[in-house]
Design a protein around this ligand. Structure first.
Ligand code: ASP
Ligand code: MG
Length: 433
């Protein structure tokens, strides 16, 4: 049997009826048995489910939001299917189930588990719609619940993979089906050993594709995107970009670590371990080669620009007239780990530690509560973290014009700055001083 191929389609590639039709066209001449298709939720569905959850938590009415979300999916179905198609009662059913879950009590303490029970519905809606549409287009494909394959820990919202169990599931349940049919499943979701739904972290569908590929000893993974491949900067933010025709695993992993959102950071490692090439291609121009990420890539270092938004800079000052020692850093890392927060940048001075983290609901308050006992704490929210890999230092000042720089760090191969836009009146008052 030829090796399995895994295709992953993200939210933008299924954002409306036209996009679903385009997906079917991409598959028309490519789909065969031994293909796994992984789909994300449609468009911004996951964000909308997060909004519903926030309203529920604040004990506010979410019925309007939920109706909008349902109509969005039904609207796509109306374009794709005849009125009497089975998809309509299926979507209605999913919304009944969603409301049933939302009627259960939510608190700050059970929030993460609750989140995982709700947020995966987006992937269920989308994978049903896409499967039904492909079958209607004579592209026969089986639907598979990813929660029966992806076994995880109970670390809700950031579940860790049980690789052994996941591999066994894939080999025993998925492989026999793949011998005869292609299979379509959901990204992002899994289940713990008690069968409770878990998720792999936002934008985790790429990771799902890599997990399935590694567990099936696949021949390749292709991620279909709205960009031509991996670029040296996000074209939504930077006007000048260049495409990498190929990258090695390490170069790609490094870019994702600093926040290049084209691939989820956890995707590369399982593929590198299995020597499985990863293609990043445009779903708008599927015939173009895109980027190939593999072990033998020969790419000279090119400056890459990565911007992470919604960052928080936390500064921790020791209060007992001692200096910063290893134990302080340990203490901070322990708290961050227990809150499942990752440090995007760290700087220490004689008496203080500065860390940059992503903004996440409740997490800052919890972190501050723990650290205030031992440190004098200050923080700034709403910041951007700019990382330049292989910088041309001569051009760095241009990138900082119009910004207030709160923290800066550079090595030979990396430049990082935490910045926020300077407002004109702010500048005036500074000039006046
Ligand atoms: N739908 C999920 C999210 O938006 C997973 C993914 O898109 O990869 O985070
Ligand atoms: Mg998404």
């Amino acid at each position: 049997m030829t090796k399995t191929q895994v295709y992953k389609f993200g939210g933008a590639s299924v954002k409306d009826a036209l996009a679903v039709q385009n997906l079917a066209e991409i598959l028309r001449n490519r789909l065969r048995n031994n293909f796994v298709i992984v789909v994300s939720a449609m468009g911004k569905t996951t964000n909308q489910l997060e909004n519903i959850l926030s309203l529920k938590l604040a004990e506010q009415d979410y019925s309007v939001n939920s109706t909008i979300l349902k109509n969005f999916h039904l609207g796509i179905c109306k374009t794709l299917f005849q009125d009497e198609h089975v998809i309509f009662p299926k979507i209605e059913n999913y919304f009944i189930l969603l409301h049933h879950e939302l009627n259960k009590p939510i608190t700050k303490d059970n929030y993460d588990e609750y989140y995982d029970r709700i947020i995966g519905f987006g992937e269920l809606f989308s994978s049903r719609i896409v499967m039904e549409y492909l079958c209607q287009e004579k592209l026969l494909i089986l639907w598979q619940d990813a929660r029966e394959l992806i076994s995880t820990s109970s670390d809700f919202r950031f579940a860790k993979i049980d690789w052994g169990k996941t591999r066994r599931n894939c080999q025993s349940q998925l492989k026999p089906k793949l011998e005869h049919f292609p299979v379509l499943t959901q990204g992002f979701i899994g289940a713990d050993s008690a069968g409770r739904p878990t998720t792999l972290g936002r934008e985790g569908s790429d990771f799902t594709a890599a997990i399935l590929a590694a567990s099936l000893d696949a021949g390749s993974v292709t991620i279909w995107k709205d960009v031509p491949g991996v670029l040296n900067a996000d074209p939504k933010i930077f006007s000048q970009t260049t495409l990498f025709p190929e990258l090695d695993y390490q170069q790609a992993a490094q870019m994702t670590f600093y926040g290049a959102s084209v691939i989820h950071p956890k995707t590369i490692k399982p593929l590198a371990n299995g020597g499985i090439p990863l293609f990043v291609k445009s779903f708008l121009h599927p015939e173009q080669p895109g980027t190939k990420i593999h072990a033998q890539a020969k790419t000279e270092p090119v400056s890459s620009f990565i911007l992470k938004q919604q960052q928080i800079l936390v500064s921790l000052k020791v209060t007992d007239f001692t200096f910063i020692e290893e134990k302080h850093i340990h203490q901070v890392y322990e708290q961050l780990q227990s809150l499942k927060l990752r440090v995007n940048m760290l700087q220490t001075s004689a008496i203080s530690i500065s860390i940059v983290i992503d903004s996440q609901l409740f997490k800052l308050e919890q972190l501050l509560e723990c650290l205030r006992q031992d440190f004098e704490v200050r923080y700034n929210e709403g910041l951007e973290l700019l990382t330049v890999l292989h910088p041309d230092f001569g051009t760095i000042p241009e990138l900082l014009v119009g910004y207030e720089i709160l923290l800066e760090q550079s090595t030979r191969n990396t430049f990082q700055a935490v910045r926020r836009i300077k407002f004109p009146n702010e500048e005036k008052s500074k000039e006046g001083n």
